[in-house]
Design a protein around this ligand. Structure first.
Ligand SMILES: Cc1cc2nc3c(=O)[nH]c(=O)nc-3n(C[C@H](O)[C@H](O)[C@H](O)COP(=O)(O)OP(=O)(O)OC[C@H]3O[C@@H](n4cnc5c(N)ncnc54)[C@H](O)[C@@H]3O)c2cc1C
Length: 400
């Protein structure tokens, strides 16, 4: 039986309903551009998504008039980021003096944030979100990209568009199909994720997003704790060989809860490996296609800045591309402008992530960081600026 292909036409097809894709979709639709965001999952629920909304992201929400409603959603606030290093609690970053409306980082489940953005974007007539809809390849007309070929609930769907924007994250298929070259900077660690049920009598282990503490992090998801345990890259098969009991012992040694809580883990398949990587594309665009967010530059969790960068990319892309999209003539030069605008903050942030992840200590050697921070008391404010605002702030354009 020959399957028929449905088809839609729009100005811009955005692949991926993560922070970059939904923010770009919101901004374009707000300016009157017809936009379809396609998301391969049926919902926004994902275990390992950054849950941090940085001061610069909150500032963008403020500038869009969305902040007050957003902060009605359950969240925790942190004016300072602390970490335990060699048994000592150290303030790494202080946001309390930043020149923005929110001098704090908000911890909010990312699915709540994405659902909020999608709902607000849905109020604009030109916005469509298609879930359970996965990008497969491009449509070509006269050897030029002229849209996206998708699978929507398993059925083929063609979306014809002047521009396809890849916001499909670290394992981007848009990046692969466009044959963009990337440079990889490796990352020395991976993260093993698992869940433990929350109990009524659990103590308040931090502000809902505790850590990193001896390679262990736990995020309060309401019903359960989302736990992440950082391991040396490539060691997952070795851990698997040693078995679930050995893994439980390792985690119990650094986790804040009693060893008995680990009894909930009975099978290796309750654990999920998240491969951490840092990379970036040489060129973010070709005629008809642009990548932003992790699709253009995969970020490691260090500093928890990836969501922030993805949002700032989206704002810059919307500022540069709204008019050409409304006119219906997008050129490669305009797409390249987005890369030029966002290349420096990406490189600078990745440079810091690479430096921070590359420092290896000998066993028994203590970290110099607590001493350095005590000596140079201004450092947490500088880190607060870098983590909280990044290297280049983007402001959504006012609507004329
Ligand atoms: C372990 C870990 C922890 C992290 N913690 C933090 C943190 O605390 N704070 C922080 O700011 N950053 C954190 N980051 C980084 C952050 O998660 C990313 O930088 C950020 O999510 C990038 O946003 P994005 O919109 O570009 O991509 P993503 O958030 O990856 O979104 C991509 C979207 O595209 C969809 N998609 C993928 N393929 C397709 C397809 N073929 N068709 C349609 N849709 C598709 C996906 O389902 C997803 O919804 C962390 C990263 C890791 C690895």
């Amino acid at each position: 039986m020959v399957q028929t292909t449905d088809s839609l036409t729009t100005d811009c097809c955005i692949v991926g309903g993560g922070p970059a894709g939904l923010m770009l979709g919101y901004l374009l639709a707000r300016a009157g551009v017809k936009v379809i965001v396609v998301e391969k999952h049926a919902d926004f629920l994902r275990d390992f998504r950054g849950d941090t909304l940085h001061p610069s992201t909150l500032q963008v929400m403020h500038q869009l008039g969305l902040l007050d409603d957003l902060l009605q959603l359950p969240h925790q606030r942190a004016e300072r980021l602390k970490a335990e290093i060699d048994g000592e609690e150290v303030t790494l970053a202080d946001f309390s003096r930043l020149p923005v409306k929110c001098k704090f980082m908000a911890f909010m489940p990312q699915w709540d944030f994405l659902h909020f953005l999608a709902t607000r974007a849905g109020a604009f007539p030109g916005f469509t979100l298609l879930q359970s809809c996965a990008f497969e390849d491009f449509i070509y007309t006269d050897q030029q990209i002229s849209g996206a070929r998708l699978l929507a609930d398993g059925k083929p769907l063609d979306i014809h568009a002047s521009l396809v924007v890849g916001c499909d994250g670290r394992s981007s298929k848009v990046r692969e199909k466009a044959r963009f070259n990337s440079q990889s900077f490796g990352a020395p660690r991976d993260v093993v994720w698992f869940q433990l049920n929350k109990r009524d009598d659990d103590p308040a282990w931090g502000m809902g997003h505790k850590g990193p503490k001896q390679n262990f992090i736990m995020i309060d998801r309401g019903q359960f704790w989302q736990c992440g345990y950082s391991i040396v890259k490539g060691q997952f098969p070795v851990l698997a060989e040693a078995g679930i009991e050995a893994f439980k012992q390792q985690v119990a040694a650094v986790a804040p809860f009693p060893d008995s809580r680990m009894e909930e883990l009975t099978h290796w398949n309750q654990l999920r490996l998240l491969d951490i990587r840092i990379d970036r594309l040489d060129h973010w665009a070709k005629q008809g296609v642009l990548c932003i967010g992790d699709a253009a530059h995969a970020m490691s969790p260090i500093g928890g800045v990836g969501v922030n960068l993805a949002i700032q990319d989206a704002v810059a892309a919307a500022n540069i591309l709204t008019r050409p999209l409304l006119r219906g003539n997008i050129t490669l030069a305009q797409l390249n402008k987005v890369q030029r605008r966002r290349q420096f903050p990406t490189r600078a942030t990745q440079f810091i992530q690479i430096k921070m992840s590359g420092k290896k200590r000998q066993p028994g050697q203590s970290s110099p960081l607590p001493g350095i921070i005590k000596r140079y008391r201004f450092l947490p404010y500088i880190f607060g600026w870098i983590i909280g605002l990044g290297f280049r702030r983007e402001k959504p354009q006012r609507l004329s």
